[in-house]
Design a protein around this ligand. Structure first.
Ligand code: SF4
Length: 296
């Protein structure tokens, strides 16, 4: 049995000892209206991020323009100092956004190494993403579509920044809906309880883990995923989930390299989901081997 104290925590009294069927991010959603599988390019995220950034900058300068007379009452030097600071901050943010775009497009990490550590290179886009999602919504783009594009940007940044070695400790986190709905095996307690019946992808994922000497867990919720990361302290994570779960998961763990692989949903969200196994193994190799290149 895998060594973890986490999975016992998730069992609760309200659902026969096990969590409810829907993922946290899908509660109160009309599942019949889901958009199916998504494959947005990086342009969607960068488009709304750039527009959000411009609007945010204009808003900051508008506020400064409005409060300047008030500030000048304290001392006439204050408004120009505050405006100068704002110009510097907006300028630095614009450079970071440009570096992010160029890094994603070229696949080469263009950030200074001090910024790459701890995911600081992603700080700006992490900050702007909620605004980009809201703005996208106003133009009829769902959170899932923006998230699909965001995941590609995130993955490209992670791989560009990776200092790959063959000894990295990697963790694969899977959603509970990947287990077949008719399966009674307690894989959320220990994934090795899987009997390799072939109904879902878990058995094949275990084989990928064995081939690459890494661990995998079924995380039955966002809190469990966070606890697993805290307990296992991996140097990298591959998360399989729907776009919206990955969006919030990647934001919650922004200090850690996390690759997101959106699940496949042939029967809709939250039930009998699958994963592209070759994509998953490709991501594992790209994480762990020096010269393995992929496009996610
Ligand atoms: S492969 Fe079969 S036994 Fe294993 S988790 Fe999937 S459905 Fe259950």
């Amino acid at each position: 049995m895998k060594e973890t104290t986490i999975n016992k925590v998730e069992k609760g009294p309200n659902h026969g000892g096990y969590p409810s069927h829907l993922g946290d991010e899908w509660q109160s959603e009309d599942l019949s209206r889901h958009e199916g599988e998504l494959d947005e390019g990086i342009g969607l995220f960068f488009g709304f991020t750039t527009v959000s950034f411009v609007l945010l900058s204009l808003f900051i300068f508008l506020v400064l323009y409005l409060v300047s007379p008030r500030l000048a009452e304290f001392h006439p030097i204050i408004p120009p100092i505050v405006v100068f600071i704002a110009i510097v901050m907006v300028g630095v943010a614009a450079i970071l956004l440009l570096l992010t775009s160029l890094t994603v497009v070229t696949g080469k990490n263009l950030f200074p190494s001090a910024l790459t550590k701890g995911g600081r290179d992603k700080s700006l886009i992490m900050l702007i993403t909620p605004l980009a999602v809201k703005l996208g919504g106003l133009f009829g783009f769902s959170r899932d579509r923006i998230a699909s594009s965001f995941i590609k940007v995130n993955n490209a940044l992670v791989f560009a920044a990776q200092n790959k070695t063959k000894t990295r400790s990697l963790l694969i986190l899977l959603p509970r809906c990947i287990q077949h709905s008719k399966c009674k095996q307690k894989v959320e307690i220990d994934i090795d309880n899987c009997k390799d019946c072939g109904l879902c992808d878990i058995a094949d994922i275990i084989k990928i883990c064995e081939r690459n000497s890494i661990e995998s867990f079924v995380a039955t919720g966002g809190n469990i995923a966070r606890q697993l990361i805290k307990e296992k302290r991996p140097s990298g994570v591959i998360g399989v989930a729907c776009e919206r779960e990955l969006l919030s998961g990647i934001h919650d763990t922004s200090g850690l390299p996390v690759i997101g692989i959106p699940n496949l949903r042939p029967d809709g969200p939250c039930i009998d989901t699958r994963v592209n196994l070759s994509k998953l193994e490709d991501a594992v190799k790209a994480f762990m081997q020096q010269d393995h290149k992929i496009s996610l």
